[in-house]
Ligand binder design. Structure first.
Ligand code: NDP
Length: 327
């Protein structure tokens, strides 16, 4: 077996972490030969509950679990971390303004960015899940100047997976035959799930779908899937979010196959008319342990308008956290 990897999960007592931790402990990111050292971070009032989760992980007697530490101290949690899943975030409470949410979460992600900068391993990979995920990742990376920007990502893989699944259903195709889906922009209602480049077993699929179905059914269905899950299940999506976070980290570490791509939100270099530095959903391949943005795709007017609308929302979030003194 190889050397153990240290993986930090914040919001460790929460619902998403409850699915995520067991997948990590089972080897779904690093494979069957790599032991994991789990670090569970949560706020002081949730530490006891996180200890309960750790007890359950112990009770699985999983051979890959090297150790489990539980803490409410970010400095300790990120010290030597190779991977960090930033899941914990302040939920939007009743009567809470958007600026209250940004300022509460901004402070959390500022401090965590600083702790990552100070103590994480050189190969640290960060996946931000807690909302507003793109802007939280932006804040964290702004406070980690010694860590390459490309090490800070936000999770849009769940949106991507939802898009894949909806399209597979519509086409009557297995998900495995589809490639070339991307979700541009923000992990929010303005996101743009885009199947313009999608192929089934190498053949383009878009022509048969129709603009009306894309604009009136597919895009809103994917963008509002989280609300649909809450309405039907009575609780927010957790296992699917955890599964997507695992998919993203696994592909980052092990690579994406051949020319195929996936969606990652990362600090843009300005590709496709997006804004440099802003954490934006883009088509990405993983080669050699790094994400690279797929270049050279053609963008038509329908796509341009939707990408621009979501990027405009990201810019307003960036400007709001800047005005709050958080970046
Ligand atoms: P969840 O585990 O259900 O969700 C955690 C975060 O993930 C939320 O911000 C949620 O956003 C977000 N999220 C992103 N994508 C999705 C998705 N597709 N479906 C659902 N959620 C998504 O929250 P819990 O309330 O169960 O747990 C949160 C935990 O975080 C608590 O244990 C709390 O104590 C902890 N916490 C830890 C902090 C820290 O470690 N410093 C700071 C603050 C809280 P949304 O709210 O929009 O649903």
């Amino acid at each position: 077996s190889t050397a153990p990897v240290t993986v930090t999960v914040t919001g460790a007592a929460g619902k998403i972490a409850y699915s995520l931790l067991f997948r990590l402990a089972s080897g779904l990111v690093y494979g069957p030969d790599t032991p994991v050292r789990l670090r569970l971070l949560d706020i002081p009032s949730a530490v006891t509950a996180a200890e309960g989760v750790a007890m359950e992980i112990e009770d699985c007697a999983l051979p890959l679990v090297d150790s489990i530490e539980i803490t409410d101290d970010a400095t300790a949690a990120f010290d030597g971390a190779n991977a960090a899943f930033l899941v914990g975030a302040m939920p939007r409470g009743k009567g809470m303004e958007r600026s209250d949410l940004l300022s509460a979460n901004g402070a959390i992600f500022r401090d965590q960015g600083r702790s990552i900068n100070a103590g994480a391993a050189d190969d640290i990979r960060v996946v931000v899940v807690g909302n507003p995920a793109n802007t939280n990742a932006y804040i964290a990376h702004r406070h980690a100047p010694d860590v390459p920007a490309g090490r800070f990502t936000a999770l849009m893989r769940l949106d991507h997976n939802r898009a894949l699944s909806q399209l597979a259903t519509r086409l009557g195709a297995p998900v495995a035959e589809l490639d070339g889906v991307v979700v541009w922009g923000n992990h929010s209602a303005t996101q743009f799930p885009d199947v313009s480049y999608t192929t089934r077993a190498g053949e383009p699929v878009t022509a048969g779908l129709g603009r009306d179905w894309l604009a009136d059914t597919f895009i809103p269905r994917v963008a509002n899937r989280g609300s649909e899950i809450i309405a039907v299940r009575g609780s927010s999506s957790a296992a699917s979010a955890a599964g997507a976070a695992v998919d993203q980290m696994r592909d980052w570490v092990h690579g994406t196959p051949g020319e195929s791509w996936t969606t990652v939100a990362l600090p843009s270099d300005g590709q496709y008319g997006t804004v440099p530095g802003v954490v934006t959903g883009l088509p990405c391949r993983s080669h050699g342990g790094e994400w690279e943005v797929v270049e050279g795709l053609e963008i038509d007017d329908f796509q341009r308008a939707r990408i621009d609308a979501s990027v405009a929302e990201l810019i307003s979030e960036r400007d709001a956290v800047h005005a709050l003194g958080l970046t």
